[in-house]
Design a protein around this ligand. Structure first.
Ligand code: ATP
Ligand code: MG
Length: 353
């Protein structure tokens, strides 16, 4: 395990940015603490995998880890989901049912999307966190629960308190050990490492050797904005593992929606050349592969800056429109989605005509 990877049997969190190294350090420090943790971060930044890692690194690891998204339940259902109910508590409650807190006894409960909990329920949660007991819906017994609580939020709870949407007392109860996961756009130096991690994972899962990744693909990954954060990057790598059969991950193996939005300045030729090394140490380079990568990268750039307008893209590349169509097909960009002028992906085909 290196300082840029924190892993247990099931959960791996990687990152080498200063922001993620600070998170790793904090996770180590809180190791065996039983205090409540509040993990905040945009969608796909790794809240759940972090919560799992905290549980698996704690002395509670042999007990259950129960994750529940508070966003999935209506105001009436969430109480019964969390605290359980007794038979007859409401129409349809045909038998006694323990809630998630009871199921997590001895272990950890991950209350994800805590920012979606309605105010009426927040007061009930506060009582549970203070007393460490629950009462099933329709029940009269008070049941003690031995549970470590980790809450997850995609919104800034402090701001929600200011806006009157979240109880201040509950916020302080949850915010004992705060962990803020930065979005990927604020830690771009993690992108290559995450890409390697997921490319390896998904090729191995398919029982295949892990192929080298072309420089053009690495650059496109670095330039893209990743609005969906790590989850989106992971999906992009999984897709590559499914479609790439050419022995090297090339631009043509990437989703065009990512490629075209990666845009950026025309790629720098020097970036496509291998780093200089004495002739005896130099690895062989396929000139054809490199040229194909560069060509696909330039075409992707031209289509991006011309908002998918092929006539304009052809002008930019100083080739005929029909030639551009041929090249798009040759690079494998013709099979995938096109980008409308507003940047949204559509399911239509980027045809050569
Ligand atoms: N730093 C990381 N290293 C390795 N994998 C990661 C990292 N961050 C996230 N992942 C992976 O990305 C995917 C999304 O992460 P996760 O579900 O934890 O995000 P989330 O913040 O809970 O998202 P949401 O708010 O949408 O529920 C998961 O498959 C997770 O394993
Ligand atoms: Mg989640």
């Amino acid at each position: 395990m290196t300082t840029s990877t924190l892993a247990t049997m099931d959960s791996v969190v990687v990152g080498r940015s200063a922001r993620m190294r600070a998170v790793f350090e904090f996770l180590r420090v809180i190791g065996n603490s039983d205090s409540t943790v509040l993990v905040t971060g945009e969608s796909g930044t790794g809240k759940e995998v972090t919560a799992t890692l905290i549980h698996q690194s704690s002395r509670r690891k042999h007990h259950p880890f129960v994750a529940v998204s508070c966003a999935l339940f209506s105001e009436t259902l969430i109480e019964s989901e969390l605290f359980g109910h007794e038979r007859g508590a409401f129409t349809g409650a045909i038998k006694d049912r323990p809630g998630r807190f009871e199921l997590a006894d001895g272990g950890t409960i991950f209350l994800d999307d805590i920012d979606d909990v309605p105010l009426s329920m927040q007061v009930k949660l506060l009582r549970v966190l203070q007393n460490r007991t629950i009462e099933r819906l329709g029940g009269t017994r008070t049941v003690p629960v031995n549970v470590r609580v980790i809450a997850g939020s995609k919104r800034d709870l402090k701001q929600m308190v200011v806006d009157g949407k979240f109880r201040e007392d509950l916020f302080y109860r949850l915010n004992v050990l705060p962990i803020a996961l930065p979005p990927l756009r604020e830690r771009r130096e993690d992108i290559p490492m995450l890409m390697d991690h997921f490319i390896e994972r998904y090729f191995r899962r398919r029982g295949e050797d892990v192929p080298p990744v072309s420089e053009a693909v690495k650059q496109a990954f670095l330039r893209y904005g990743w609005p969906g954060n790590v989850r989106e990057l992971e999906n992009a790598c999984e897709r590559i593992a499914q479609t790439c059969t050419c022995g090297t991950v090339r631009i043509g193996c990437m989703s065009a929606s990512i490629l075209l939005r990666a845009g950026g300045p025309p790629p720098d030729l020097s970036a496509v050349a291998p780093a200089s090394a004495p002739a005896k140490d130099a690895a062989p380079v396929s000139l054809d592969d490199r040229i194909r990568d560069l060509e696909a990268n330039l075409i992707g750039w031209a289509l991006k800056v011309s908002n998918g307008n092929k006539s304009r893209a052809a002008e930019l590349l100083q080739i005929k429109r029909s030639t551009l169509g041929d090249r798009i097909n040759r690079c494998g960009l013709g099979r995938v989605e096109t980008i409308r002028a507003d940047g949204e992906a559509t399911s239509s085909t980027l045809s050569a005509s």
